[in-house]
Design a protein around this ligand. Structure first.
Ligand SMILES: *Cc1c(COP(=O)(O)O)cnc(C)c1O
Length: 348
């Protein structure tokens, strides 16, 4: 395997820490501060998130997305309830049953739908097909924005989802591990894609947006956040040096760094997508609407790319090649990958 010094397209979590998050951590690293979140940085980061969403939301910080998602969903349900999600949802396919574990048995019920987005008729069917006591009662819908397949729910689709959840009495959770990429792409105020669209609780991803670690759990309905702090503590998610989980948010939210980096990642993905689409023998799989590009190429071409040292996933969704761009991706990385794909499919 070539010792490739350049960047990789495996996941946006292969990238390092962006300068703004790093600097904010450095600034927080002076002197002593109260532990367990009773510090000035945590207060300021929570307030920065309230300003960002333009509402008095309740904010908690967890170490990673799996914990943030599972605890958020567990807080919406009793153990005999169920949560509906897309069959490719991270909570279903990539969290090792953490939601079921932290909720003491709440069941995930999956639905399908094109390009990683839930089909609302299926959601409705899942809720209404049974009303008896033997069925795990559906209580919440979890959607991912941007989706696991690099697509976006449009504002109109969110309106339709809200209409459905409201009618069916479901709470709405959004897995926003890549919410910043959705925001940068749709160019709408954060409130329009969250609480104004009926989202009760958002898992807001920091890690894939350029932080070392850390996701914010944002409750737009403060009532639902009752005793969530105990849930975090019990699950091992209450950082004693909380200032270092909180401070990077200020770095990212200050002067628009979060959206600037996300827009950059999206732009790289768009450029990669356009260049790959122009190569004969390469089939595009999902529309490139955020920072992921999915393609289908012959198995031997996949092996050839791997031999050259490229790292990428083929286990997401329908199992095609996924190339993920991040704040740290460069135009040179994109060009270099495109050249190698051309050669691998016999067009270079
Ligand atoms: C990466 C990711 C998460 C969080 O994963 P962790 O590894 O637990 O931090 C959650 N949801 C989606 C859609 C993701 O891509």
């Amino acid at each position: 395997m070539t010792n490739r010094p350049g960047n990789q397209f495996a996941s946006d979590n292969y990238a390092g820490i962006c300068p703004e998050a790093w600097q904010a951590m450095e600034q927080a690293n002076h002197g002593f501060a109260t532990s367990y979140g009773d510090d000035a940085w945590t207060l300021q980061a929570c307030n920065a998130l309230r300003d960002f969403f333009e509402t008095d939301c309740e904010v908690f910080f967890a170490f990673n997305g799996t914990a943030a998602n599972s605890l958020a969903l567990a807080s919406l349900c009793q153990s005999y309830h169920s949560v509906i999600c897309h069959e490719t949802a991270h909570v279903e396919t990539d969290e090792c049953g953490a939601m079921e574990f932290f909720s003491n048995g709440t069941k995930l019920l999956t639905v399908s739908g094109p390009d990683g987005k839930v089909d609302l008729a299926e959601v409705e069917h899942t809720v209404n097909k049974r009303a008896d006591i033997h069925y795990p009662k559906p209580k919440a819908l979890s959607i991912t924005q941007s989706t696991e397949l690099g697509t976006l729910y449009t504002p109109d689709e969110l309106v339709a989802i809200h209409g459905t959840t409201k009618r069916l009495g479901l709470k709405l959770h959004m897995d926003g591990a890549r919410f910043a990429n959705a925001l940068a792409s749709l160019q709408l105020p954060p409130k329009e894609l969250t609480w104004r669209a009926g989202v009760d609780v958002l898992t807001f991803g920091g890690t894939k947006s350029g932080m070392a670690y850390g996701e914010a759990v944002v409750f737009f309905d403060r009532e639902m956040a009752g005793e969530f702090d105990y849930r975090c503590k019990q699950a091992g998610q209450l950082a004693s040096k909380m200032r270092f989980l909180a401070a990077p948010w200020m770095g990212l939210l200050k002067e628009g760094a979060l959206l600037r980096h996300a827009a950059h990642a999206n732009r790289c993905a768009r450029s990669l997508s356009e260049q790959l689409a122009a190569i004969p023998n390469v089939s595009m799989v999902h529309p490139t609407e955020a920072n992921a590009v999915f393609i289908q190429i012959p198995e031997q071409a996949i092996e050839e790319l791997r031999r050259k040292g490229w790292v990428f996933y083929t286990f997401i969704g329908s199992g095609h090649c996924r190339f993920m761009c991040s704040w740290a991706t460069t135009d040179a990385d994109v060009t270099s990958l495109v050249e190698d794909v051309k050669k691998a499919v016999g067009q270079g």
